[in-house]
Design a protein around this ligand. Structure first.
Ligand SMILES: Cc1cc2nc3c(=O)[nH]c(=O)nc-3n(C[C@H](O)[C@H](O)[C@H](O)COP(=O)(O)O)c2cc1C
Length: 184
C-alpha cells in the first residue's frame, strides 16, 4: 500500500463563521482517502519575536513540527487591508526561523483566497506567494484560485453550486497531484 499524502491545512482566518474555513472544508471533502489532513492551529501562537529563537515555545514547536512533517501545505485565507491576515503572516514567520531552520524551504505550498468582495482577496494570495518565494518554498503556480463574491456562493448549509463544486474540484485534483508523496 502506498504511503498517504500528508497535508497541513492553514486557515488564515480566526473567525468562527469564516467563509474561508467553509471553502476549505468543501475542498477537504473533495480530496481522496489517500490524503491525510492536519490543521495547523494559529489561534494560540504568540506574535513572533526574534528573542524567542533561543527559547522553547510549545506552540511554536508544535506548528514547526506539523509543517516539517507535511508533504504539502494548503493555505486558505482572506485578505486584511490588502494583504494576508496577521495570524497567517505570524505562522509564516514562525516557520521561517530560527535562521537556517526555515521549514518552508522546498516545501510544497498552495494558496486559495476567498472574500465577499469582487477581487477574491487576490492581493492576499499574491503576498503569500511573495513571502513563499523569499523562503524558497515550492509554490504551486497554477491554477490560481481567488474566490470573489464568496459569501454569496455559499448557501445556508455551507454548500455551493455544482458549477463552483466543479471549479474547486479542478483545483483540488491539481493540488493532490502536486502534493503527491515523492517517497512512494
Ligand atoms: C481588518 C479587516 C480588513 C479587511 N480587509 C479586506 C481587504 O483588504 N480585502 C477584502 O476583500 N476584504 C477585506 N476584509 C473583509 C473580509 O474579506 C471579510 O471579513 C471576510 O469574511 C473574511 O474572511 P473570513 O470570513 O474567512 O474570516 C477585511 C476584514 C477585516 C476584519
Amino acid at each position: 500500500m502506498s504511503a498517504p499524502t500528508n497535508i497541513a491545512l492553514i486557515i488564515g482566518s480566526l473567525r468562527t463563521e469564516s467563509i474561508n474555513r467553509k471553502f476549505a472544508e468543501l475542498m477537504v471533502a473533495q480530496m481522496p482517502e489517500s490524503v491525510v489532513i492536519e490543521e495547523v492551529n494559529l489561534a494560540d501562537l504568540p506574535i513572533y519575536n526574534q528573542d524567542y529563537d533561543d527559547k522553547v515555545i510549545d506552540s511554536y514547536e508544535r506548528v514547526r513540527k506539523q509543517l516539517k512533517a507535511a508533504d504539502a501545505v494548503l493555505i486558505v485565507t482572506p485578505e486584511h487591508n490588502r494583504t494576508m491576515p496577521a495570524a497567517l503572516k505570524n505562522v509564516i514567520d514562525i516557520g521561517s526561523r530560527p535562521y537556517k531552520e526555515n521549514v518552508w524551504a522546498a516545501k510544497k505550498v498552495a494558496v486559495v483566497t476567498a472574500s465577499p468582495s469582487t477581487y477574491g482577496a487576490r492581493d492576499s494570495g499574491l503576498d503569500v506567494r511573495k513571502s513563499m518565494q523569499m523562503l524558497a518554498a515550492q509554490m504551486m503556480i497554477s491554477p490560481e484560485v481567488y474566490l470573489g463574491n464568496a459569501a454569496d456562493s455559499l448557501d445556508e448549509d455551507g454548500n455551493v453550486s455544482e458549477r463552483t463544486q466543479k471549479y474547486l474540484q479542478r483545483f483540488v485534483d491539481a493540488f493532490v497531484l502536486f502534493a503527491g508523496n515523492d517517497s512512494e
